[in-house]
Design a protein around this ligand. Structure first.
Ligand SMILES: *Cc1c(COP(=O)(O)O)cnc(C)c1O
Length: 223
């Protein structure tokens, strides 16, 4: 099933978004066994994204095929040390003190960390991230921090069936992204889209999607 899901997705996800940019598929691997992640990698998954530091650590050496490693979950500053130098792209820099701490620890370890700034595009209380109004400001501050390389933005759309609202929010993310890109051509990634909304997100200009359920099926939270 995993193999079939990956093949179907790789065959159906457009190679480029309407802006002509390549769309990268990141497999969201929370709660998945290393064995199942490896099955996905074996049939063409090139990028995997973890949410939990403990899982990342536990499974790190068991993943074969050297996929790119993304960290997509909420990150506590005291756990940064376990990820330094092992993560290709941090998607979820959702607050200033995380950016500062990641910068400090990256400098101390002699590495540069590639990051995305997380935007709370729906201004939801339950989600982290900078408010869209403050996105450019946050970028201005974070892009000056040493040993961080800001590569773009990440967002999670609200969990709603209101397609018009989702389109509007996704389009707003693209507008913010384009403003930053005009300031710095290091900005390359707009990470937006999960199993339920990725098609719409690509149509609105996302170029990186994070899919879990669509690859691995429904997650089992009970063990
Ligand atoms: C779990 C998760 C995903 C994938 O969600 P699905 O709906 O299973 O595709 C994407 N992004 C983040 C940040 C996640 O935590």
């Amino acid at each position: 099933m995993i193999e079939e899901n990956v093949k179907n997705l790789l065959g159906s996800i457009p190679n480029t978004n309407p802006y002509g940019e390549k769309v990268t598929l990141v497999a969201a691997v929370k709660l998945q066994r290393a064995e199942d992640i490896n099955r996905a990698v074996a049939v063409g998954i090139t990028d995997i994204g973890d949410n939990h530091v403990q899982e990342f650590k536990d499974k790190f050496v068991d993943i074969v095929g050297a996929p790119k490693r993304h960290f997509i979950g909420h990150l506590q500053t005291n756990k940064i040390k376990y990820l330094l130098g092992k993560v290709d792209l941090y998607h979820s820099v959702d607050r200033m003190n995380l950016a500062e701490e990641l910068s400090k620890r990256s400098a101390a370890a002699g590495v540069t960390s590639n990051i995305l700034i997380q935007i709370n595009i729906g201004n939801e209380e339950t989600k982290g991230g900078f408010s869209p109004e403050l996105a450019e400001n946050a970028y201005g501050t974070i892009s000056k921090l040493p040993n961080l390389n800001v590569r773009g933005l990440m967002a999670m759309l609200p969990d709603t069936d209101d397609t018009d609202l989702l389109k509007k929010l996704a389009a707003r993310m693209r507008t913010i992204y384009d403003k930053l890109r005009a300031r710095n051509n290091n900005i390359k990634y707009l990470s937006m889209g999960m199993s339920g909304d990725y098609e719409l997100c690509i149509e609105q200009g996302s170029n990186m999607i994070r899919l879990g359920t669509a690859i691995f099926g429904a997650r089992k939270y009970n063990n």
